[in-house]
Design a protein around this ligand. Structure first.
Ligand code: PEP
Length: 250
């Protein structure tokens, strides 16, 4: 397990503007984190963030990508365009897109094929709703989300990226999974991947996401199967994101 370097990704969601982003990027460059990081702004700010992070070790990520090939798809952004804009990472299957924009497991799997074909690094989000957890369906839901992707893209192709366990009930709610709850699901996700490919499972970074803050990050990241975090709200404040990165760098 020790061979997996911690990874912390910032998901800005639909937040930001040019001057605020510049201030954030300056703060980041002034105190570059010691762990691996990725910053995922809205599409229109990808090039600003890529320029602002140039010369640092941080990667730039998009929050989604089209499942279509280049062509007449108004409003879509292709994987090739992301690469062309200095992007190396893509978040896929975030619960906000699954719940509000109709991204089914099949659509997420189709997007994953585009990401892998383009040579981008995926952050695949999986996770259950509170209702599903209360029904005892947590692992069944996550297994279906994983299998839809693994049927089309072998685990060995995904290991350049990461899988983020994000319980829907913990996203933006201030309610974090306990480290033990998160570890239990992370271990089950790793076992599921191992059933396909034990080598890929051992190397796959599993991130936890859901109300991670400077105050709870260290304990979450100390769990054996938690290899970092996907950070939403707390990533908007550079100092908080850097403090979370510091917790991962220990
Ligand atoms: C997210 O959007 O991926 C997320 C984890 O959000 P938050 O940290 O705000 O819960």
């Amino acid at each position: 397990m020790g061979q997996r370097a911690k990874l912390v990704a910032a998901n800005w969601k639909m937040n930001g503007n040019t001057p605020d982003n510049d201030r954030w990027l300056r703060a980041f460059r002034d105190a570059p984190p010691k762990c691996e990081t990725v910053v995922c702004p809205p599409f229109v700010y990808l090039q600003q963030v890529a320029a602002g992070l140039a010369g640092t070790a941080a990667g730039v990520g998009a929050q989604d990508v089209s499942d279509r090939a280049l062509g007449a798809w108004t409003g879509e952004v292709a994987a090739e365009m992301l690469l062309d804009s200095g992007v190396t990472w893509v978040i896929l299957g975030h619960s906000e897109r699954r719940a509000s924009f109709g991204h089914s497991d099949a659509i997420v799997a189709a997007k994953m094929e585009r990401v892998v074909a383009a040579g981008l690094r995926p952050i695949l989000c999986v996770g259950e709703t509170l209702h599903q957890r209360e029904q005892g369906l947590t692992m069944a839901v996550i297994a279906a989300q994983l299998e839809a992707v693994l049927q089309r893209c072998p685990a060995a192709q995904l290991v350049v990226g990461a899988i983020a366990y994000e319980p829907v009930w913990a996203i933006g709610t201030g309610r974090t999974a306990t480290p033990a709850q998160a570890q239990e699901v992370h271990a089950a996700i790793r076992a599921r991947i191992a059933a396909h490919d034990p080598h890929a499972a051992a190397g796959m970074r599993l991130l936890y996401g859901g109300s991670v803050k400077p105050a709870n990050a260290a304990e979450l990241f100390s769990q054996p199967d938690i290899d970092g975090g996907l950070i939403g709200g707390a990533s908007l404040v550079a100092a908080d994101f850097l403090a979370i990165c510091a917790a991962a760098a220990h």
